[in-house]
Design a protein around this ligand. Structure first.
Ligand SMILES: *Cc1c(COP(=O)(O)O)cnc(C)c1O
Length: 385
């Protein structure tokens, strides 16, 4: 089976991990901060906080921006559930903005309309989570102008997009946001097995996220309350945090992987280019690229221009799986999952998101995809259609 995504691990990666395993500290040693520095310097952000997943990074990002009960978080439906669940974890309510049918990212016009309405009824969001679908940045500059006008905070869920660029800057530089999140799950651009990171230029947010990642415990003399600081028991829990830390074992893999990121990205872009050329004059719509962006191509979403019957996409999916091609669906609109339907969301809520969901499949794309494997994928798709 050719999967839609897969990690690339080489001997050097294994060597780096083994060397941590042989050292005195396998967690909370020097390697996590080293990995944080490497990523922060790669994307040009001031601070980086590594976590055990992007999901936990999203959670502490929301908490550091004071998301609470009675607050509202907005995101898109065309994403993994974590982009919305982080709001629910904080006790807030969650709502969804439709996507643009060219970029498959948040539709800025719909966002503006929804903000104007929300302002009238006093229901503006405290946080907007912008998802970089497939590795392509949303129109962050326009969204930033809306932030200034309506006063919400922005978290970029760039789980797909380390290495991607927007207006010639790396995603993660937080030029137009408060915090950016990356995921290092094995299907993503680089991996630590499981892992994530929150990037920010604001020291206050970085400090708060560091506390939240590790039980709310501090050893910082300036933060310690009362007389404990003079005793040998020199740590205190000063707020309710979590255990969301990355291990040094995982960070070692991350340090080794990020050195190869340009190679990974070039491979992904070459694969995407070949798919583009193969499908540009067919019944399929190739993913349009905003000239302000350079995608990391975490996904290659191929959309059917028309569906003849309800089952077209499902048939295509089944036929390709029988031929050993692990195409996948990204994404079931978050609000159509039973958990969110119970909260009252109904079919038809975001028509573009649902249209995209019904017509699109993600094709295999990862650095180790062989030429003949990609040819097989292309030949099978053309033949079936
Ligand atoms: C993968 C992914 C996540 C969650 O990442 P984890 O590291 O598995 O927690 C969140 N948002 C998006 C858009 C993702 O693709």
């Amino acid at each position: 089976m050719i999967p839609y995504a897969k990690q690339s691990i080489d001997k050097q990666d294994i060597k780096e991990v083994v060397s941590v395993l042989k050292s005195d500290m396998i967690t909370q040693g020097p390697v996590v901060p080293r990995f944080e520095k490497l990523v922060a310097s790669y994307v040009s952000s001031k601070y980086a906080v590594a976590t055990n997943s992007a999901t936990s990074a999203l959670h502490i990002a929301c908490l550091s921006l004071d998301l609470e009960k009675n607050d509202i978080l907005w995101t898109v439906g065309n994403t993994f559930v974590s982009s919305a669940n982080c709001g629910i974890y904080c006790g807030s309510s969650v709502d969804f903005v439709d996507i643009n049918l060219n970029t498959y990212n948040i539709c800025v016009d719909s966002l503006e309309e929804k903000l104007i309405l929300a302002k009238k009824i006093n229901k503006l969001p405290k946080i907007l989570i912008c998802v970089h679908y497939a590795g392509q940045s949303p129109e962050m500059k326009k969204i930033y102008l809306l932030k200034k006008e309506f006063g919400f905070k922005i978290i970029e869920d760039a789980s797909h997009a380390i290495g991607a660029k927007y207006l010639d800057k790396h995603v993660g530089s937080c030029q137009f946001s408060d915090i950016t999140i990356f995921s290092f799950h094995p299907v993503k651009i680089i991996t630590t097995g499981e892992g994530g990171m929150a990037l920010t230029n604001k020291k206050k947010l970085a400090d708060r996220m560091r506390l939240l990642r590790s039980h709310g415990i501090t050893r910082d003399k300036k933060q310690i309350i009362g007389t404990l600081s003079s005793e040998i028991w020199n740590y205190q829990q000063i707020l309710l945090g979590f255990h969301y830390r990355l291990t040094d074992i995982q960070a070692a893999l991350g340090c080794s992987q990020i050195k190869k990121i340009e190679k990974f990205l070039n491979k992904r872009r070459a694969i995407a280019y070949k798919y583009d050329k193969s499908f540009e004059k067919t019944q399929f719509l190739i993913p349009w690229q905003d000239p302000n962006t350079s995608s990391s191509y975490h996904l290659y979403p191929l959309k059917l221009k028309k569906i003849k019957q309800k089952k077209t996409q499902k048939n295509l999916y089944n036929k390709l799986h029988k031929l050993g091609i692990g195409v996948n669906l990204h994404y079931i609109p978050v609000y159509l999952h039973p958990y969110y339907q119970k909260l009252g969301f109904k079919r038809g809520y975001c028509p573009n998101t649902e249209d995209f969901f019904r017509k699109t499949l993600s094709l295999p794309i990862f650095p180790d995809l062989k030429l003949n494997q990609q040819k097989h994928v292309i030949d099978c798709l053309i033949k079936i259609m």
